[in-house]
Design a protein around this ligand. Structure first.
Ligand code: SF4
Length: 275
């Protein structure tokens, strides 16, 4: 039997279909009661959404998860966006004790030791701050698109997030990458310059590289892991255990050996970016 939240999600998704982005934001604000939170990663999809939310001048809060490991270009985009729209993007940072404990136990780049270590890092840098950002929210807006990866192919315009007890709303779910780029160009939306350097998806600096022609848009995220697992725990309901992957030794690096493994991948990234 469908829950109340599922009914609300279906109704909202069907009302959003066929409307442009501006009308979708207006509809969300008019029909979803309670706190609305848009979590931006400052990537190009989220910049399009920030434009629409900021221009609407409604009650949707714009927040970001400042992991402390972002590219300098991402901080520049953040500053430029606040200045362009006259807004403040509220930052949620990792708890200091959790960060200090992880670095002391695993090393500054300890997330490369294993998938579990990577999930632990994403856990205290992203998932826990996200929980605080969404506390008490009725609706969570994201810039997810179905076309971003195989994992996201079923992304609807709105869905019930029963775990968090809210509506997860994805106003760009049915947009293509070309739709996003056209919107950003037509509306002079500021965007991260890394998008022009082969980064369709931009996350933390040590965990994101440029992609090759023909690769999945999220292939540059955690590239040392299996291609089917490119999520950080923000958009999945439960982290999955993964067996050691024998095809690529650097995917399961022993503590103390991660620097050598990273050098291998960093060299190949530099070569890719030089092409
Ligand atoms: S993307 Fe990398 S650095 Fe960022 S939180 Fe996840 S594991 Fe840590």
């Amino acid at each position: 039997m469908s829950s109340q939240l599922e009914h609300a999600a279906r109704d909202l998704a069907s009302a959003m279909a066929g409307r442009d982005l501006k009308a979708r934001i207006a509809l969300i604000e008019a029909t979803v009661p309670g706190r609305l939170v848009f979590t931006t990663s400052l990537g190009i999809e989220d910049q399009a959404l920030t434009h629409a939310v900021a221009m609407h001048k409604g009650r949707t809060e714009i927040v970001t998860l400042d992991t402390g490991r972002l590219y300098p270009e991402t901080y520049d985009t953040w500053t430029e966006t606040e200045s362009a729209y006259g807004i403040r993007i509220r930052a949620y940072a990792p708890e200091r004790e959790a960060e200090e404990r992880f670095v002391a136990e695993s090393g500054i780049n300890g997330f490369r030791h294993s998938v579990a270590a990577r999930q632990a890092c994403c856990g205290f840098r992203k998932v826990e701050p996200l929980g605080r950002a969404l506390a008490g929210a009725a609706g969570w807006l994201t810039g997810l698109r179905a076309g971003q990866s195989a994992n996201r192919a079923d992304t609807p315009l709105a869905e019930a997030d029963e775990g968090r007890g809210l509506l997860k709303i994805n106003p760009l779910a049915d947009w293509s990458r070309a739709d996003v780029e056209r919107f950003v160009a037509d509306n002079y939306v500021p965007y991260n310059v890394l998008h022009d350097r082969g980064f369709p998806s931009i996350g933390c600096a040590p965990c994101t590289r440029a992609i090759r022609v023909g690769e999945d848009e999220r292939a540059g995220r955690w590239w040392w892991e299996q291609a089917s697992k490119k999520e950080c725990g923000l958009h999945v309901h439960a982290p999955e255990e993964q067996p050691p992957d024998e095809r690529s030794p650097e995917r399961n690096v022993a503590p103390g050996q991660e620097a050598a493994a990273f050098e291998t991948t960093r060299t190949s990234n530099a070569l890719e970016m030089a092409r």
